[in-house]
Design a protein around this ligand. Structure first.
Ligand code: SF4
Length: 65
């Protein structure tokens, strides 16, 4: 699985950080998403999928398996 984030779309809601804190963080200044792990291990895929699903800005894109 490959994770990409679109910082321009991100509205800093932080839902992704709650869902998958090992993969997403937020910038201190403005809350914009920071991608910690662009290729997370299999055990995190469910959490990452959930993070993408709950992102209100659809700023998280997943590809591959
Ligand atoms: S859930 Fe979406 S909008 Fe909110 S911080 Fe994460 S990437 Fe940004």
């Amino acid at each position: 699985m490959k994770v990409t984030v679109d910082e321009d779309k991100c509205c800093g809601a932080g839902s992704c950080v709650l869902a998958a804190p090992d993969v997403f963080d937020q910038r201190d200044e403005d809350g914009v998403v920071v991608l910690l792990d662009a290729e997370p291990p299999a055990e995190l895929h469910l959490a990452v999928q959930e993070a993408a699903d709950v992102c209100p800005a659809a700023a998280i894109t997943l590809s591959g398996k």
